[in-house]
Design a protein around this ligand. Structure first.
Ligand SMILES: [Zn+2]
Length: 356
């Protein structure tokens, strides 16, 4: 993202104490006594997990990214029929802002743990804060007036990430087209009505699938995967020194705005800085995904970034790319198609250097 009030793509989440086995649990030790379910490699949109037998179709699906923009966003009916020997923990639902906030904080902790020691130290205690703006879709990093760093996601972007996760999980498992239905329904409002929200409408997920444990669990996995990239990108702005306050530099005095009652300083980033943050956010997510796979957990790949950026690409097209575009995120970030290219390039490079 380009500039944002300094924002970037985002997503976050919440996990909850409700669910004893969350995908964000970074702790080692014995696995929790939780149910398991079969899962397909292709549904994860990435590389198979170690020891996982992959069907020919899945191998093709994981052979590498397709053409730019051809991202595995929607479902592929064939994927849902694949068999697999892989299992991942069955996760519980993420419902509401508090759980999303907790989950996102947990995902960021996991992302931190996979950074270099030097970068870990730079972002050690940076809090994730929810900006209670349901009609604004944005994420950003910045410094408060005392020079303390923070990472922010608006209520609106959390609602969007939840809806993307819920619909794509349904499509992955049942061959439905709920993501397309969701975006078709909400995009016109988001692009042209400042009071519109990205929250999932009640009529999108077929009732027979709504309470399916596998669907709920996969939605949780996707939520985490999207959040890992979205806020991993924001965290990268801090440890790369773009914000100043997490890197020992003076605080840049650029934009100022009110956030939750605090005067904040959120720098507007240039395109090279956004590219750098996308690159690092992608590498961080893939590193975390590899570590997760080694523990038998759902493997994060660049699919989370693809899902987020597909959503924003649709938003850009609905908004008409007007300079008066009402969507803050669209105003403050580089075009989604450009970012998709950056992310795919970073992911391809990562795979070349991390075989197996
Ligand atoms: Zn950014």
């Amino acid at each position: 993202m380009t500039s944002l009030r300094h924002g970037c793509p985002a997503a976050l989440a919440a996990l909850a104490s409700v669910v004893a086995l969350t995908a964000c649990d970074d702790s080692s030790g014995p696995p929790p006594a939780t149910p398991y379910r079969s899962y397909t490699a292709a549904q994860q949109g990435g590389q198979p997990q170690p020891g996982q037998a992959v069907a020919p179709q899945a191998q093709a699906a994981n052979a590498g990214p397709g053409p730019i923009g051809a991202l595995a966003v929607g479902n592929n009916v064939q994927q849902s029929t694949m068999t697999t020997t892989s299992t991942t923990p069955l996760l519980g639902p993420l419902m509401g802002t508090q759980m999303w906030q907790q989950e996102t904080s947990a995902v960021l902790n996991e992302q931190r743990s996979n950074l270099s020691p030097e970068n870990q130290a730079r972002v050690k205690d940076i809090p994730f804060v929810v900006d209670n703006k349901p009609n604004e879709i944005n994420a950003y990093a910045g410094c408060d007036t005392k020079g303390q760093p923070f990472i922010v996601g608006t209520q609106g972007i959390l609602e969007a990430i939840d809806a993307i996760s819920q619909t794509v999980a349904t499509d992955d498992l049942y061959g439905t087209q709920t993501y397309a239905a969701y975006t078709a329904q909400v995009m016109p409002g988001l692009a042209h009505d400042k009071n519109a929200r990205a929250a999932l409408p009640l009529n999108i997920i077929p009732l027979q699938y709504l309470a399916q444990p596998a669907r709920i669990s996969h939605a949780h996995e996707l939520f985490d995967e999207i959040v890992a990239f979205t806020f991993g990108h924001e965290m990268a702005h801090h440890y790369l020194g773009h914000t100043g306050c997490a890197h020992g530099q003076p605080i840049p005095l650029m934009n100022a705005g009110a956030l939750n009652g605090l005067l904040t300083v959120a720098p507007a980033f240039t395109q090279p800085l956004e590219l750098a943050a996308d690159n690092q956010g992608t590498l961080n997510t893939l590193d975390s995904g590899r570590a997760r796979a080694s523990r038998g957990q759902y493997r994060w790949t660049e699919r989370g970034a693809s899902l987020l950026l597909d959503f924003f690409g649709k938003l850009e097209r609905s908004s008409g790319l007007a300079t008066l575009n009402p969507v803050t995120y669209v105003q403050t970030h580089p075009p989604a198609q450009q970012r998709i290219f950056w992310v795919q390039t970073a992911a391809n490079t990562w795979r070349l250097t991390h075989p197996g």
